[in-house]
Design a binder for this molecule. Sequence first.
Ligand SMILES: Nc1nc2c(ncn2[C@@H]2O[C@H](COP(=O)(O)OP(=O)(O)O)[C@@H](O)[C@H]2O)c(=O)[nH]1
Ligand SMILES: [Mg+2]
Length: 333
Amino acid sequence: MTPVQWAWCTPMQPGAIALVTLHGEPAALDALLSTCCRRVPAAGATARCLFDDALGTIDDGVAVRIAPTSAMLMPHGGVRIAQRLQAWLRAHGAIEAPLPDLALFPECASPHAAAAARMAGRCASRRALELLRDHAARVERSGPATAADIARARRLRVLIDPPTVVIAGPSNVGKSTLTNALARRTVSVTDDAAGTTRDPVPVRLDLDGVTVDWIDLPGLLDAPSAIDASAASIASRIAASAHVIVVATAPGRGWPRLSPPSPTTIVPVLLQCDRPDAATCPERSQALVSCSALQSIGLSELAIAIRKALVSDEDLADSRAWAFDADQSPMVE
Ligand SMILES: Nc1nc2c(ncn2[C@@H]2O[C@H](COP(=O)(O)OP(=O)(O)O)[C@@H](O)[C@H]2O)c(=O)[nH]1
Ligand SMILES: [Mg+2]
């Protein structure tokens, strides 16, 4: 009989419940489950289970038989329990192994649908779900991944882990007010006084369906003190690794000169566009978007502009399958 294979579905960290997926021939699975469950659960059924080792009882938990060939064990999520359960599985002949997607998602109709389910759990952005919903049908239609598909998959990585978007610009133009408006709560202190934001303020935001790590940076001051200068050097280090820099200014404040690393995209935005002088100010012509955080003007246009800088309409609208598994190049920032 081929040994049962198993994998953790939860990280080796303290938690309420840990999840182990088991995968194997029905008879092998029956034999393993009979050692911990009083009654071996049939497909679709659950059973109480109890794990013992030489030290005594490890834990009790629940076993779920998802299909004849797969089951899940759900002990409590202590690290010590997980370590002893790992040894228990080994002692009962089960082998820890990366499981096929279909073993982890047996409710899916095909390996491609199961791969999409795995990615849906992995992606931070809701835009990813639009691409994954009919992934299996797209794979059928698209055939094997082309070089263009792999290049697109690399660009679509921003939907997996949140990219960094920073807002930089002169002090007192409304960067923190905008940050709070986009977050719909107060995350950054705002004030008439210049230099209010001295530490970078991070917040996770949804911008037109893309989840980003937004960082409100301290303003670029005209006459910085020593503390301001060291805050500015931290800020420029963060800006250097950002995917997008939103460069903000207000009427009459001019555009700061920034020299970003070449792959970084700049989105110039004119803030405080509700002011009477905004329509005629010289900054306006260079702004991609004008908005007012106080009056809630232009916020969705700004979110769309940043989203487009991160992932294009063409890449989102492409009806070919997202070649996430073919894109094996290292994740370099
Ligand atoms: N008229 C107007 N004033 C604004 C707007 N946004 C911010 N302000 C004002 O600009 C000042 C500086 O705002 P703050 O967000 O602290 O600027 P930061 O230094 O760039 O973060 C505050 O007095 C705000 O009330 C806006 O959309 N319209
Ligand atoms: Mg601020």
